[in-house]
Structures are given as structure tokens and as C-alpha cells.
Ligand binder design. Structure first.
Ligand code: KMT
Ligand code: NI
Length: 179
């Protein structure tokens, strides 16, 4: 199963709603790959002893991992954090997330600055490249449990847009030109 993604409408309505265009304009896995977004579908029921996950971590060098449960009752400063996650930002490293339970959305900007919404469901492992503008939101179910992976010691620092002067941003833009 591939990821389901679509171009967003421009409405300011509740960020947790799907925000599909009418008619819906799907975005293919190929289009996402061109933006540097990669995906694996895994069996989240066996994440604690999954050889497939182990192999990906080894191959990609994802040495660090922790688990975050995003729900009003489990995450301190829930509202404040959700607000931060939904600010358009970038990181200096890849953002790697594996949905163990529940669901949520990642939004990424394409090469023409359009928002693409990616539906993350149980079993989806995604990597967003360093330097891509993106944001995160819960959907209407308001619950997700995710594994956070990182190459080496994690750096959570987010740079809100505009962050165009960073080398990583310029490097990312250059990587788009190559395809
Ligand atoms: C980010 O950087 O946007 C996040 O870490 C989102 C929450 S983790 C599923
Ligand atoms: Ni992020």
C-alpha cells in the first residue's frame, strides 16, 4: 500500500479536516519521491521485534528512536505543541516518523509552493528530507502514536519559515533541480 496524498484547498477551516480540492487531486508516490519524500509500509503490530524495521534502521543508520503519543491526556502542553507542529518549518536533518497507532497528516510544500497533504496511517514510515518546508497536524481522530527515528543524536530544532538562508535549504532546492 502506498501513501495517500492530495493537493490541499486554501480554506482556513479546521486544520484537522482533510482539505481536499473538489474534485480531489491526488498526488502520486512518484511525485512525492521527486520531492525527496520516501515511504515504507510496515506491520506496526510487531514493531518491537520487526526484522523489516531492523533492516531499514541498519541500512539508513537510524540509530536513535523514541516513541511519542500525541493525545490531549498524554502529551504535556498538548495545544501549544500542536500549534508549533503546524507552523510551516524546516529542519537541518531528515524528519523520520513511523506511525504505530492512530493517524495524522504531514503537509509538505511542492516545488511550486503548493501544499500537499499526506495521510499517515498505522504502519506508515515516512522520511521528509532536510530543508523541505512542512508541518504536522492531527486529523479528526485526535490520536496518534509515532516512533521518531534519527541518524545519531536527535536534534529537534525547527526553523519556521522564512528559513531560506540556510545551506540545507539551498541544498534541498538544488536537489529538486536535478530531477
Ligand atoms: C515535527 O517536527 O513537525 C514533528 O515532530 C511532528 C510531530 S511527530 C509525529
Ligand atoms: Ni518537522
Amino acid at each position: 500500500m502506498s501513501l495517500e496524498a492530495w493537493f490541499m484547498d486554501g480554506s482556513e477551516e479546521d486544520q484537522r479536516k482533510p482539505h481536499r480540492l473538489d474534485p480531489n487531486r491526488p498526488v502520486s508516490p512518484e511525485q512525492l519521491r521527486r520531492l525527496g519524500v520516501f515511504h515504507w509500509k510496515l506491520n506496526a503490530d510487531i514493531y518491537e521485534a520487526d526484522p523489516e524495521l531492523e533492516q531499514i534502521r541498519k541500512e539508513q543508520g537510524y540509530s536513535y528512536m523514541d516513541i511519542i503519543t500525541i493525545h490531549r491526556d498524554t502529551l504535556p502542553n498538548y495545544e501549544e505543541k500542536l500549534k508549533m507542529f503546524f507552523e510551516e518549518h524546516l529542519h537541518l536533518d531528515d524528519e523520520i516518523r513511523y506511525i504505530l497507532d492512530g493517524q495524522a497528516y504531514f503537509d509538505v510544500r511542492d516545488q511550486e509552493e503548493r501544499w500537499i497533504r499526506i495521510a499517515m496511517r498505522k504502519g506508515d514510515l515516512i522520511t521528509l528530507p532536510a530543508g523541505i518546508y512542512h508541518r504536522f497536524t492531527m486529523d479528526e481522530t485526535n490520536y496518534t502514536k509515532a516512533m521518531r527515528l534519527f541518524v545519531g543524536e536527535p536534534v529537534w530544532k525547527a526553523y519556521n519559515r522564512p528559513a531560506d538562508d540556510f545551506d540545507i535549504r539551498q541544498k534541498y532546492l538544488a536537489s529538486l533541480q536535478e530531477c
